[in-house]
Design a protein around this ligand. Structure first.
Ligand code: FE2
Length: 275
């Protein structure tokens, strides 16, 4: 599937862009299904998500999402009285994390050969999908996602995790497109997110600064797919525009390697999902 030029580009830059990997029908089906899932979500202010203030996250609800499908609300979704300040459909931060196991629409996409082939061509022996997220980045209240590396959350030795980032809608500078640090995947892993029992902690490993002033914006079209290396630093700004920026992500680990028992996301019931 990948040619020599693409492999070289991935080694050099840490990412590849695949244009138009989702058809318009695919996107509509995935988006409609996401909104249907939201309608079933329990309205509970403790079900919020934040990457800037982890103390706000309800641990039990978060940990339980490893093997279920749960809707996480935006930090700013509720007022002091615990009521939504916008309609429900515009109040969700993300849906995660076992959509590919439990939802037939997302499962069908995850099982398409093309995505396993990309992982194999980038060096994985047994591509294993651990996590699926629908990320909404809502108009006006869509939160910032601070600079991070996804291998902090999916630790293997050697590092193997690949992130698949599908644009379900156009991602622009205004609505919070991704920012990447091309070449930054050759640098060290700066942090690691540990789970001990039900305790979650982010531990600093290396003080290499984040590329806050040198990142590259990656605006992409609806249907495009970005695949990037687990050590590639990335970021997205808050969305203060009137346009949503829905994305779908897969986190794919090489199932031929031992998966760290300290990673937060464990799948004792579902087991491996080989793509
Ligand atoms: Fe990420």
């Amino acid at each position: 599937m990948l040619n020599a030029e693409q492999r070289q580009a991935f080694d050099r830059d840490g990412y590849l862009l695949f244009q138009q990997q989702l058809s318009e029908t695919d996107r509509k089906t995935l988006i409609d299904r996401a909104y249907a899932l939201i309608e079933q979500a329990e309205l509970d202010p403790s079900h919020r998500f934040s990457t800037t203030d982890r103390a706000q996250i309800n641990n039990d609800f978060f940990l339980g999402s490893a093997e279920t499908v749960r809707c996480f609300f935006e930090e700013a979704a509720f007022n002091d009285a615990g009521e939504l300040t916008q309609p429900r459909a515009q109040s969700i931060n993300k849906i995660g994390h076992a959509l590919h196991d439990l939802d037939e629409v997302y499962r069908e996409l995850a099982q398409r050969d093309v995505f396993a082939e990309i992982a194999r061509d980038l060096g994985q022996q047994k591509p294993s999908l651990y996590q699926t997220m629908v990320i909404f980045k809502q108009p006006r209240i869509g939160g910032e996602v601070v600079w991070h590396q996804d291998a902090s959350f999916f630790y293997t030795e050697p590092s193997s995790v690949l992130t698949y980032w599908f644009a379900l809608e156009d991602a622009t500078l205004e609505n919070g497109c991704l920012w990447l640090d091309p070449g930054g995947q050759t640098g060290p892993l700066r942090e690691r997110f540990y789970r001990h029992g039900d305790e979650l902690t982010m531990v600093a490993l290396d003080d290499t600064p984040w590329p806050t002033d040198t990142g590259t914006a990656m605006p992409v079209k609806a249907g495009d797919l970005l695949v990037f290396h687990g050590h590639l630093p990335h970021y997205s700004a808050a969305n203060r525009s009137t346009q949503s920026r829905m994305a779908l992500t897969f986190h794919v680990v090489d199932g031929a390697l031992p998966y760290a028992t300290e990673n937060w996301l464990q799948r004792p019931t579902l087991g491996e999902f080989f793509m």
